[in-house]
Design a protein around this ligand. Sequence first.
Ligand code: 5AD
Ligand code: SF4
Length: 523
Amino acid sequence: MNEQQRNEQAKIKTDLSTDRKSAQDKPLTEKTTEDFAHYFQTTYEPPNIRQARKRGRDKIEVHYDFHIPEKMERIGEGKKFLIRTYGCQMNEHDTEVMAGIFTEMGYEPTTETAEADIILLNTCAIRENAENKVFGELGHLKPLKLENPDLIVGVCGCMSQQESVVNKILQKHQHVDLIFGTHNIHRIPNLIEEAMYSKAQVVEVWSKEGDIIENLPKARHGKIKAWVNIMYGCDKFCTYCIVPMTRGKERSRLPEDIIQEVRHLAAQGYQEVTLLGQNVNAYGKDFDDKEYRFGDLLDDVSKIDIPRIRFTTSHPRDFDDHLIDVLAKGGNLLDHIHLPVQSGSSHILRKMNRKYTRESYLELVRKIKAAIPNVTLTTDIIVGFPNETEEQFEETMTLMKEVGFESAYTFIYSPREGTPAAAQKDDIPEDVKKARLHRLNALVNEQSKQSMASYEGKIVKVLVEGESKKDDTVLAGYTEKNKVVNFKGPKSIIGSIVEVKITDAKTWSLNGELVEQTVEVNP
Ligand code: 5AD
Ligand code: SF4
C-alpha cells in the first residue's frame, strides 16, 4: 500500500466513524455481518483466491521512514506490554518487531497479564486448533479487562486477516480494543493512540499490501541466534493453505538491506542467523530490475563472518541447481534442509497445487544428496487431505522411508475458510485421519531415533544456548543439524560453539560430555 492509498484510507476511516456509532446503538444480538462490514470496506478484502492470484507485481515500495509520532514517544513510560505469540517463526519474529516498537515508545516487557497495560495476541490461522487456542485465551482475558478498563487488549497476526474471525471477535469478544493485521505492524503507535482515546473498537486490516518497511526497531529474543526476514508473503497458493491470503503477495527485501542486517548481527556477536520467508526459494522472483535469486543471496550472506546460517522454509518447486551448488560449498551454510513435501502421492500433490510430483521431489532429493553427501532432510506432512485414499496415504509412508527424513512436522488436514480445498466434499472420517497420523508419527519417531543413535560416540559442534529447562546444572544447545544436545559444562560457554562427545541418544535429543580441550570461549 502506498502513501496515497494510506491517506485515502485514513480519510475514509474518519468518514465512517459516524456509521460506526449507529451500528453500535443496536443491541449486539441484533447485529448482522453487514453491521460490521464497514470495518472492511476500505481496509480489508476477505480472502478471495481469484483476486489474490491476479495481484500484480508493480506496487512494491520499500520505506525507510518509520518513526514514532512525537506525542507517542514517551506514552509507555511506567507501563508494560505483553505479547503472546502463536504459530510459526515468522510470527515470533513479528513479535520481536512489535516489542521493538513498544520499547521505543517507553513500554517495558512483562510476562504477567496482571501487570500489563497492553496485551496483544499475535495469532496463527494455519489450522483450526491454533484459532481455538486464541479464542480460549480471549475468554480468559475478559475478567482482567473488566477489572481494569484501561487495559488495552489487542489481536494481531494471521487470524486478524480473516473477515469471519474479525466478525466473531467484534460480536463475541467486545472486550477486545484493537484488531490489526500482519501488514499494519508499523502502524502500532497510531493504533495504540486510537485505542487509548476512542470508545469504539479499533480495526485496521489491509489485505492488498505491497510495501516493505525497512527501518522498524527489533527487540530480539536473546543474543545468540537471530531471525532475519528475507521476504514476505506467498504466491504459491497451495489449495489447503490460508497463508497467501493472510500474508499477502511475495515481496523480497533488497539484498543490500538483508546483508547489512546480517553484518550488523555478526558485529554484535550473534552466532547463528535463520533467513526467514514462507517460501525462501522464491526470493528475488519479484525483482524486475535484476536477476538475483536465493542462491545469490545465500552466496553473499555466507561471506559474512557469522558461524551458522540456516533458512526456512523451502518450497521444492523453486529449489534450483544454482542453490544446490551454493549450499554444497558448505562453510557456514549448514547441511540441514527443511523441505516440506506435504504428501507422497502425486495425485494428492496435484490436488494440493504443489506443482511437483512424487518423482520430481525424489529427483530433487537425489540431486541434493549427491551434492551434499552428509545432508539432513526434514519435512512437513499433511495427512487426511480431502478424499485421500489408503493407498495414497501409504505412498506418504513409503516416501518418508525412501527419503530418510530425520524428522517431520505432521498435521491432520484442517479446512480453512476461503481456500479451494475447504470447498471440497471430504469422505474420509476423522478417526481414519487420526489413525493415519498415529501411524505416520510412529514412523517419524522411529526414523528420528535411528538418526539420533548414529551419533553415539561421535563428536559434534554445539551452539550452547543456555541451561536445560529441566535441570539447571545441565547446559543445552543445538548441533549443526539442529539436534538438541544436553551436557554438563561451565555457564561461561553459553553463547559459544563447543565440541561435545555424544554418550547417549534419545528419540528427540542427545546427551553428551564436553570435549574440554577444544572449547573456544567467546569474549
Ligand atoms: N491443514 C493442515 N496443515 C496445514 N499446513 C498448512 N495449511 C494446513 C492446513 N490447512 C501445514 C503445512 C505447512 C505447515 C507450516 O503447516 O504442512 O508446511
Ligand atoms: Fe502455504 Fe507454504 Fe504453500 Fe505458501 S508454499 S501456500 S505458505 S504451504
